[in-house]
Design a protein around this ligand. Structure first.
Ligand SMILES: NC(=O)c1ccc[n+]([C@@H]2O[C@H](COP(=O)([O-])OP(=O)(O)OC[C@H]3O[C@@H](n4cnc5c(N)ncnc54)[C@H](OP(=O)(O)O)[C@@H]3O)[C@@H](O)[C@H]2O)c1
Length: 322
């Protein structure tokens, strides 16, 4: 399938400009700290986080997804501590982080929970991420959630500032609407990745135009919570009562049937469903369990047939396609 109107350059995925090949999956670092309370991180958790990161690197993950807010910076710090022990790892990986969400009570006790795309905040947040990760540049910096008061020209100034100083390579967005991505593009802010929730449970992006837009603008969609926080993981979990609801259990049943047909497990099917989409979705895996991290990478080699994909999509919708 050759798009005739596009030049070679226009067709290029921005991620291909990075010095390290991104691969099909990313490793999400949100759960590394295992808590939102920095004071609760003990030595055991530090060890667990280091093991998870090293397992992911050994399994072949190259893209690592962070945010300044994950445990208030502690997830980046844990990752940075691991990198510090083996600095040569930095040049083998792609580091992504996000900014733009600000917690209540910071910096002043009366500050509300809010979004902030001011130039000053974007730059200061990026500087903080670089410091905690112990690196001089991020490969990708994303805006975490749309700031209703943000203006793309001001964001553009921040991007120019950071890129001209070599502090970031690519820029991206997360949880944006179609019109917000369009607005930023038209203002000259090149969005290289769009991180959104996509899974067999949260599948709206497949039909609401966001994935079509990714194809159109050569944006790599990154799927957060690809296993819907474990709902689509293997086995039944007592904390997911809806796994036994009618739609939930029939989706899981179809997934298990297909897993049997192609010799994988349920989470393998969940990831393969995402990877089949022509937009080149990059699932962001959130497990800190070494065996699950390795299995996810193995699953990324599975190819679903068109029939399998549509059987799963129908089961996810809970009704027949029109
Ligand atoms: N941009 C955004 O707004 C946004 C929002 C949320 C997340 N994210 C990114 O996306 C990444 C992934 O999100 P996520 O962690 O929700 O992804 P996920 O892969 O859907 O869920 C991971 C969770 O599911 C559990 N799990 C997986 N398989 C399981 C199984 N078979 N049995 C029991 N539990 C299982 C994991 O537990 P174990 O650790 O025990 O395996 C972990 O708690 C985050 O790290 C973050 O980087 C971005």
């Amino acid at each position: 399938m050759e798009p005739p109107a596009l030049s070679q350059d226009q067709r290029r995925n921005p991620l291909d400009q990075l010095p390290v090949p991104p691969g099909k999956l990313a490793y999400g670092c949100w759960r590394l700290a295992g808590t939102w309370n920095a004071a609760a991180i003990d030595d055991e958790r530090r060890k667990q986080a280091e093991t998870a990161v090293m397992t992911a690197i050994d399994a072949g993950f190259t893209v690592f997804d962070h945010a300044d807010i994950y445990c208030d910076g502690e997830a980046e710090q844990l990752f940075g501590d691991t990198l510090k022990k083996q600095p040569s790892l930095r040049e083998k990986i792609i580091l992504a982080s996000k900014c733009g969400i600000r917690f209540a009570g910071k910096p002043d006790p009366q500050s509300p929970y809010r979004y902030d795309f001011s130039k000053d905040h974007i730059i200061r947040s990026c500087e903080g991420s670089l410091k905690r990760l112990g690196t001089d540049h991020l490969d990708i910096l994303m805006l975490h959630r749309p700031d209703f008061l943000g203006h793309p020209y001001e964001v553009a100034e921040a991007v120019v500032y950071l890129q001209s100083r070599g502090m970031i390579r690519l820029f991206g967005a997360s949880n944006f609407s179609l019109s917000q991505i369009e607005m930023y593009h038209r203002a000259g802010v090149k969005i290289a990745v769009h991180q959104i929730e996509i899974s067999l449970v949260a599948h709206q992006a497949v039909s609401d135009g966001r994935l079509d837009q990714c194809i159109q603008h050569h944006i790599t969609p990154m799927a957060w919570s690809p296993l819907s926080r474990g709902f689509l993981g293997d086995g039944l979990r007592p904390d997911f009562e809806h796994q036994t609801s009618e739609t939930g259990s029939s989706l899981l049943e179809t997934m298990d049937e297909i897993a049997g047909e192609i010799d994988t497990n349920r989470s393998g099917v969940a990831l393969a469903w995402l990877l089949k989409h022509p937009a080149g979705i990059m699932p962001v895996i959130g497990s800190i369990h070494p065996e699950r991290i390795r299995k996810a990478m193995q699953a990324s080699r599975i190819e679903l047939s068109r029939d399998h994909w549509y059987r799963l999509t129908e089961a996810a919708l809970g009704s027949r396609l029109p």
